[in-house]
Design a protein around this ligand. Structure first.
Ligand code: GLN
Ligand code: ZN
Length: 784
């Protein structure tokens, strides 16, 4: 029974990788130093895994920025524009320097030496918070080995490890699937499969020559339940070809993030071409029987994904052992491997670097390093060490009875959530009338999404307060000064609905999770989000409750400083949940409803203190979408409910806004409508309101603010541009329903950019009021 790992976190325990990359980008260190840091991290990771007794240790799982981008460099999938960066030298050292320059240019864009090339697109990796650089594909694209990283790392690992390392790549079908067609006409990215597979064969054979006896090909798209015929054919073609041309090397095909039951018939077609299949038994334990019955007709080895690679709780050994025993019974011991469910890059590195977590909680937690040792425990238990089993049982049992984790009151409250609790008092059209009458806003009302520039001054202030260098009073006084300032600025811009600027918030989830019971934050629990950006997700360990009010102080202060309407800002329950590590001892929706009840109290408090417009941000609803379409209905059922629990407590006259920042709404619009927010503000401007196309087939009934300019860029939008977008929106929605706003919060922008952009925005809204209101063609569309 081999123990193996799919991938180990690469950021380093002190975020060495982040620091090295950022120093390199800032010209503070040279490439040699950067490569040295990479080397040290890899060595450390390999040694940790070797020490734990791991049989098959991954290599090429390290990456300076992103492992999908690494694949693009390996396969030579480099868009023309980046090739300009190459200057001809033959010296070996400088050639790897050039490669890293191209690599980072693709990841981050480049502006130097007369070059001005944008970064490649980035998007979320399945349903995680990790982002990858989207490969670009062209008709008839040719591939060839460009980067030698995989070979170098294999050689490097061979020197360090006693066992032969296992190189890891993304399989050809998933790699093409995750990319984007840059030409639309007569071209499907899967058409490239015949061009790309020969390169995979070359890579694998070259690794074999160097002594590799295993290769891991990740094909996570095997968990989708709607794979097209082209994809299915690509799978068959690829693996039959690979097996034909790469003999004497074991092909391990991995799936993760969900089960593969729906796609077993696809696998059957090439089952003799692969030697081992990895399945994720954490996300889908029920697939085991189906997979076993499929495998029993083949010679394949089954790799059991037993240790949760997406969460930080101790493994339930009894469950794991059951799965191991069952698999051994069907397949025999030689045909079973054990592993974490997926790569460990989605969890922090080492729990031993947490010093202040209550021991009852910490005793239940494991990070990447500890998870590796859990595999060893499982092996030892199988060999007869039953003590480990009872110890594990004990520590899990302890939680069940600990006061720390449980709060009877909130458990009861969740049980009592009745239908009425997620229903506004009246339907939207009645609420809209009442709100219009009360607010008396102009048509095309203008507002922003919440945050204003987070200057160095504000960050320093918050940090100093955190380090207790400021007293509570001094800190509050300063924050209030910023609020007064941002209100003055918004009045100068002549916005209709103002915000308080969110200066007291470092992160939209952390700000709330820090103050809710049932959450803890870590000191060093960093997880890579993209490139050098790491996040420290909070941990939900117990029942969530709100002890005291979180937001009214500053928002009410802000309202007291202006005659205009002040919008109160909250983060929604699904986003708080999605960006945290969640409990695994109760259904996810129970946790969601607990958070929702806390936010509901907050909404009520704001309303009671006179705030008339409340925004509940839910930017993460989309990324949590299950990978299988058949699970969507259930997902939306609880996420919509959670949102509505928090928002439905208010009177008809109180206006609920929600904000989401992504532009692929097509398939989820009816669910978004079910949120029944009075106003929805969304991201549209990057696609020049392409998103609005999805609204053409479908009419969104409530008020909507399709972002009129892109806040991700420092560029100042012109009045005309914004006006044109408002006009475009007016063709889609009744004018009375349209809001004018940027497409996300302004915290990453500079003040001078914000002032100019927002002034152009209010000017455009003014022109729209003059020109569009009396436009007969448009008015024809306004009947609804
Ligand atoms: N209110 C938040 C802000 O303005 C929203 C951030 C987000 O959508 N991610 O920053
Ligand atoms: Zn946003």
């Amino acid at each position: 029974m081999l123990k193996h790992n799919l991938g180990y976190p690469r950021i380093g325990i002190r975020r060495e990788l982040k620091k090295a990359c950022e120093s390199y980008w800032g010209n503070k260190i040279d490439s040699k130093k950067l490569f040295d840091v990479g080397k040290q991290i890899r060595e450390e990771n390999w040694k940790i895994q070797e020490k734990s007794g791991m049989d098959l240790i991954p290599c090429n799982d390290f990456s300076f920025y992103d492992h999908v981008l690494d694949m693009s460099l390996l396969l030579g999938a480099i868009p023309e524009s980046y090739k300009e960066i190459v200057h001809d030298t033959t010296n070996d050292d400088s050639s790897s320097n050039q490669k890293i320059e191209i690599y980072f240019a693709m990841a981050r864009g480049i502006q130097k030496k007369g070059l001005d090339i944008k970064a490649m697109e980035m998007t979320k990796w399945f349903n995680t918070n990790y982002h990858y650089i989207v490969p670009e594909f062209y008709k008839n694209q040719k591939f060839s080995i460009f980067s030698r990283k995989i070979f170098d790392e294999f050689e490097e690992a061979k020197k360090i490890l006693k066992s032969i390392p296992k190189p890891v790549v993304i399989g050809p079908v998933s790699y093409l699937f995750l990319g984007k067609e840059k030409e639309k006409e007569n071209f499907h990215k899967m058409d490239l499969i015949e061009n790309i597979v020969p390169i995979y064969i070359k890579v694998i054979n070259s690794l074999k020559k160097r002594g590799s006896n295993w290769i891991q090909l990740d094909e996570p798209i095997l968990v989708f339940d709607d794979l097209s015929k082209k994809v299915v054919e690509a799978f068959q073609y690829s693996y039959q070809e690979i097996s034909k041309h790469c003999s004497e090397i074991n092909i391990l095909l991995t799936s993760y993030f969900d089960g593969i039951s729906e796609n077993i018939s696809i696998l059957r077609e090439f089952s003799s071409s692969i030697n081992a299949l990895h399945v994720d038994l954490i996300e889908d334990p029920d697939q085991l029987e189906k997979v076993l019955s499929f495998l029993s007709d083949t010679k394949m080895i089954l790799s059991l994904g037993l240790i949760d690679g997406r969460n930080i709780w101790k493994n339930n050994y009894v469950n794991s052992i059951k799965n191991i025993e069952r698999s051994i019974k069907v397949l025999g011991e030689k045909r079973v491997m054990i592993a974490p469910s997926c790569s460990l890059i989605h969890i922090p590195l080492d729990i031993e670097y947490e010093y202040s977590i209550h021991s009852d909680i910490k005793n239940r937690m494991v990070f990447a390093k500890q998870k590796i040792y859990e595999l060893k425990d499982l092996e030892d238990i199988m060999k007869g060490n039953k003590d480990l089993l009872s110890q594990n049982l004990m520590s899990l049992k302890k939680t069940k009875s600990s006061f720390l984790f449980h709060d009877q009151k909130v458990k009861e409250k969740v049980k009592q959530v009745r239908d009425l609790d997620f229903q506004r008092k009246s339907p939207f059209n009645i609420r809209q009338k009442k709100q219009n009458k009360k607010f008396n806003l102009p048509v095309f009302p203008t507002t922003t999404i919440g945050s204003f520039p987070q200057t160095k001054e504000i960050r320093t202030l918050r940090n100093k307060f955190k380090k207790k260098e400021f007293s509570q009073e001094e800190y509050e006084k300063k924050i209030k000064e910023f609020i007064v300032y941002v209100i003055k600025k918004q009045e100068e811009i002549n916005l209709d609905v103002l915000v308080h600027g969110e200066f007291e918030r470092n992160d939209m989830v952390e700000f709330f999770s820090d103050k809710l019971k049932g959450f803890i934050s870590t000191e060093n629990g960093w997880v890579q989000s993209y490139g050098s950006r790491c996040v420290k997700p909070p941990i939900i360990y117990g029942d969530v409750t709100r002890n005291k009010n979180i937001t009214t102080k500053y928002i009410c202060f802000a309202q007291s400083q202006t005659e205009k309407l002040m919008k109160g800002m909250l983060t929604g329950p699904v986003t708080i949940l999605q960006w945290s590590f969640v409990r695994n001892d109760q259904p996810i929706f129970t946790t969601a409803y607990q958070i929702a009840l806390s936010i509901r109290d907050e909404v009520k408090d704001l309303e009671d203190s006179g705030i008339q417009i409340i925004q509940i941000d839910e930017p993460a609803i989309r990324e949590g979408l299950p990978l299988k379409k058949k699970k969507w209905k259930f997902y939306f059922d609880w996420t919509v409910k959670a949102f509505r629990i928090s928002s439905s407590v208010v009177k008809d006259e109180t206006q609920i806004h929600t904000h989401m920042c992504y532009s692929e709404f097509n398939d989820i619009l009816p669910h978004i409508e079910n949120l029944d927010a009075d106003v929805l503000t969304i991201e549209t401007s990057r696609s020049k309101m392409e998103l609005l196309e999805s609204f053409s087939k479908y009419s969104y009934p409530n008020e909507i603010g399709p972002g009129v300019y892109d806040i991700h860029s420092p560029r100042i939008p012109t009045v005309k541009e914004i006006f044109d977008l408002i006009k475009k929106a007016s063709n889609r929605f009744p004018i009375k329903n349209i809001w004018v706003n940027p497409d996300c919060g302004l915290k990453t922008r500079k003040w001078n950019e914000v002032m100019k952009s927002l002034k152009n925005m209010t000017k455009a809204a003014k022109i729209a009021r003059e020109k569009l209101l009396n436009n007969p063609i448009l008015n024809n569309n306004q009947k609804s």
